[in-house]
Design a protein around this ligand. Structure first.
Ligand SMILES: O=C(CO)[C@@H](O)[C@H](O)COP(=O)(O)O
Ligand SMILES: [Fe+2]
Length: 220
């Protein structure tokens, strides 16, 4: 199974963003956390910044929308050129409609759930999305500890994805480092967001290689 590592630029040095992107050239995509101070108690950046990132990033963008009104915003991020746009189920009255809008604009559609949100209601929607993100921390901040309590839900999702035969990516986000990535891979994740463990490393390229190797040891 392919393993993908997406460094989260929330942990990057924004004064030197071009250099920071060059440090993670071996990654698969760049994870971009959009926070609106309503869905989560933190504020990051929005569409104008993401438009600049699309223009300047050597890697495709994996946008994680932590916003109250994804029905209003998700299409705009797809239109701006994000490769993937992920929105939260908790903020979506009609997730299928949002996912279809993202796909119609040529991006991959991702559906995210917080640690306390059950996966069961969303399993019938798997054919409408390209990725499901199981948050392994409460969304809002980088640098938090991995919540192993989310692993049974991840296993359930992996079983359901395999049963459909669809190539839906299973993503984890939050507290992923060399000590936790194996457990998440073992539970069925194949797409890993890592912020502080990659950008906080002296040699980000070596850290990416270590994360890949640890995930591969546990991959299905
Ligand atoms: O979406 C989020 C947090 O809400 C994440 O993408 C974090 O940015 C990941 O950071 P680390 O836990 O890897 O430091
Ligand atoms: Fe994220």
């Amino acid at each position: 199974m392919a393993i993908r590592i997406h460094p989260s630029i929330l942990a990057a040095d924004f004064l030197r963003l071009g250099d920071e992107l060059a440090r993670v050239a071996d990654a698969d995509m760049i994870h971009v956390d959009v926070m609106d101070y309503h869905f989560v108690p933190n504020l990051s950046f929005g569409l104008p910044v993401v438009e600049r990132l699309v223009a300047g990033s050597p890697l495709p963008l994996d946008v994680h929308l932590m916003v109250d009104d994804p029905a209003r915003w998700a299409g705009d991020y797809a239109e701006a050129g994000a490769h993937s746009v992920t929105f939260h189920a908790e903020a979506a009255a009609d997730p299928v409609d949002i996912a279809r809008g993202i796909r119609r604009r040529g991006a991959r559609a991702g559906l995210a759930i917080k640690p306390g949100t059950p996966i069961e209601p969303y399993l019938p929607l798997l054919d409408e999305v390209d990725m499901v993100l199981v948050m392994t921390v409460e969304p809002g901040f980088g640098g938090q500890s991995f919540l192993a309590s989310t692993m049974p839900k991840l296993r359930r999702l992996r079983e359901a994805v395999d049963a459909t035969g669809l190539d839906v990516w299973v993503q984890v986000d939050g507290g992923i480092n060399e000590d936790t990535i194996g457990e998440a891979a073992d539970a069925g994740a194949n797409t890993f967001v890592a912020g502080s463990s990659v950008f906080g490393a002296e040699h980000a390229g070596d850290q990416l290689a270590l994360l890949r190797a640890r995930a591969a040891q546990h991959a299905h």
